[in-house]
Design a protein around this ligand. Sequence first.
Ligand code: NAD
Ligand code: WQD
Length: 344
Amino acid sequence: MKEKILVTGGTGYIGSHTVVELQNAGYDVVIVDNLSNSSADVVDNIEAVSGIRPAFEKIDCLDYAGLEGVFAKYQGIKAIIHFAASKAVGESVQKPLLYYRNNIGSLINLLELMPKYGVEGIVFSSSCTVYGQPDVLPVTEKAPIKKAESPYGNTKQINEEIIQDTVASGSPISAILLRYFNPIGAHPTALLGELPNGVPQNLVPYIVQTAIGIREKLSIFGNDYNTPDGTCIRDYINVVDLAKAHVVAIARILEKKQKAKVEVFNIGTGRGLSVLELVQAFEKSTGVKLNYQIAPRRAGDIEKVWADPSLANNELGWKADTPIEDTLLSAWKWQLHLREKGIQ
Ligand code: NAD
Ligand code: WQD
């Protein structure tokens, strides 16, 4: 029998790609999403890509009774991948309580229900934001957690602690915390990708919208940082590579291969790229010239961060191997698909 996995936030950007990879690996997937930042059509697109329609329940993770109904309906859920969260850093500064309630309340409901329904483990979407500006690069999982720059970032730190404390208290569950670096790109079929809400805050969505003419020009936030070309450096990870990390994390939990009840892994490429290098790679891989200008620094930006992913490489047997040019081309094809569909 196929093992059943609950994916919260499974119609979202990273969740939808992960559902496809779980299905490709033979898992039976149940999606819970309240569609606050995604659309029900994504379920059709997942089916178009994988050939399998996942079960879908439009439920809010803050709705304890509704969530419990899902565990009761789909008996035998073995593990959870918990993507559902609010994720806009700027918005979290304006609406901190919305972020604390949604991101923390959702996790607490799941952790309470897991032992009741015999769910063995949870994979949690954490973020490199927990490291702030690391003192040593590339950053390893042992680096200190820095004071969060935003309520959003703080919810990731608090959620990591909630999971650690729950397991330490004797809850019969285990957990893998995946600290993503900067996920970008789309599915190579161009049927799944990121749907930015309003004006994109993140770099790659802004680049593709500029390239297609929705935005006039990209503003590069600062060229006076202490980096070789003066622009900030990030570790951009392909979303399908990232999705595959979840599949190996789930297998590790279910096959009881964990070395500790809570494990933490950096999920990045190990390679830092500057904003200008990324723009150049985009122009090279797509053949599209990008209109950009240098603008003042953006408040709260980290100067440079990239992962040491060797723990994930060695322990999970996982590696991000998609070339950046292919990833940027996938983001561009996704934007072309959205235009073709009249969406954006
Ligand atoms: P996303 O917004 O595309 O997906 C999140 C999904 O969760 C959406 O479909 C949304 O409708 C759903 N959702 C939100 N609150 C919910 C609730 N209370 N109940 C049910 N569904 C709810 O975001 P994403 O980029 O796919 O991110 C997924 C996870 O990864 C998030 O936890 C995010 O914080 C984390 N993460 C994202 C990034 C990134 O840059 N995209 C980086 C690090 C970590
Ligand atoms: C990347 C680089 C910008 C837009 C954020 C969150 C983080 C994580 C991922 C979830 C930076 C520059 C951007 C633009 C630009 N999410 N930039 N012009 O800031 O690394 O991380 O998303 O956990 O928590 O903070 O990603 O894509 O916004 O920016 O020059 O129009 O691109 O200054 O150097 P960031 P980003």
